[in-house]
Design a protein around this ligand. Structure first.
Ligand code: C2E
Ligand code: MG
Ligand code: MG
Ligand code: MG
Length: 278
């Protein structure tokens, strides 16, 4: 601090960096406090069948209700939670909370049979990850078939380690989907080894589909390839009728997006759903 006054040549951090480091430290201690004080919350976005418009699943999406900053989106704190390792306990909380909520809805008579939970590569790489999943299922009593884990292509950096864990998870009865397909470390060679149930087409492909036949050809090709590999396909980020129209010409099974519903707190899901009367 004292050296930065008039002696900038000796200062390791530029004022800009200083501010960034400071912000990061602040956010880091905020994150730790947030865990202790229960400031995290899950929102749920419906996953809907293209053909019938029926809700088939929910994706759990993490939200941080910051006391001063209001609702902070995961893009702003997940990278830091990953860097600091806090994603491990936080991710476990997400898994527990999502399974617990699914069990509540199931007991209320909901016919929706899938809860999708995002799993960070850091979490997935923990040696006890499969055990954690098993434990959470036992604890919440959610049947494993109701749970789907969303992983991204970033785990492909270590495919030799990832594939056996994926198989162990599948053997429990839990499903696996590959999120944001086509945006990460895409290499088609690993796809044949991954025991996936679902491939999620990233929003960027869907967005471009409206703009021309070449873009649509890419979506076509992804869907065909997924089906040849016997994966279901979910299109992400459908925002309007035109996109859904285009999609219904494809053999894509399901979609998610603001057009049907944004992610909602659990109470709003309940009031929107037609759970049969008990
Ligand atoms: P994702 O898993 O690909 O989730 C989809 C994101 O797209 C969500 O953003 C969702 O709100 C947003 N979205 C859905 N439909 C639309 C649409 O029609 N238009 C637009 N513009 N956006 C749409 P969100 O909730 O901000 O999450 C961002 C990312 O943060 C997620 O991407 C996921 O990678 C990560 N994330 C969220 N929750 C968790 C979590 O519990 N654990 C981990 N590890 N990552 C999470
Ligand atoms: Mg996801
Ligand atoms: Mg995604
Ligand atoms: Mg994403």
């Amino acid at each position: 601090q004292s050296k930065s006054n008039g002696q900038n040549q000796y200062c390791f951090f530029t004022p800009d960096m200083n501010e960034e480091v400071f912000k990061k430290l602040l956010l880091e201690s905020d994150l730790q406090k947030a865990m202790k004080e229960g400031q995290f919350q899950l929102y749920y976005q419906p996953q809907v069948s293209v053909a019938e418009g029926e809700v088939k699943g929910y994706e759990a999406l993490l939200r941080w209700e910051h006391p001063e900053r209001g609702l902070v989106s995961p893009g702003d704190f997940i990278p830091l939670a990953e860097e600091t390792g806090l994603i491990v306990p936080l991710g476990r909380w997400v898994l527990e909370e999502a399974c617990r909520q699914m069990m509540v809805w199931r007991n209320e008579g909901s016919t929706v049979s899938r809860m999708s939970v995002n799993i960070s590569a850091i979490q997935f790489q923990q040696p006890d990850f499969a055990q954690v999943v098993k434990h959470v299922l036992a604890q919440t009593e959610l049947p494993p078939e109701y749970l789907e884990l969303e992983i991204t292509e970033s785990i492909v950096q270590e495919p030799e380690q990832a594939v056996p864990i994926m198989k162990e998870i599948r053997e429990m009865g839990v499903k696996i989907s590959l999120d944001d397909f086509g945006t990460g470390y895409s290499s088609l060679s690993y796809l044949k080894d991954f025991p996936l149930n679902t491939l999620k087409i990233d929003k960027s492909f869907v967005d471009n589909m409206e703009h021309g036949s070449r873009e649509k050809a890419i979506v076509d090709a992804i869907i065909n390839m997924a089906h040849r590999l016997e994966f279901n396909v979910i299109a992400e980020g459908i925002e309007n009728e035109a996109q859904l129209q285009l999609l219904s010409g494809e053999a894509c099974e399901e979609y998610q997006g603001y057009y049907y519903s944004p992610p909602l707190p659990s109470s709003d899901i309940e009031s929107k759903s037609s759970f049969p009367p008990l």
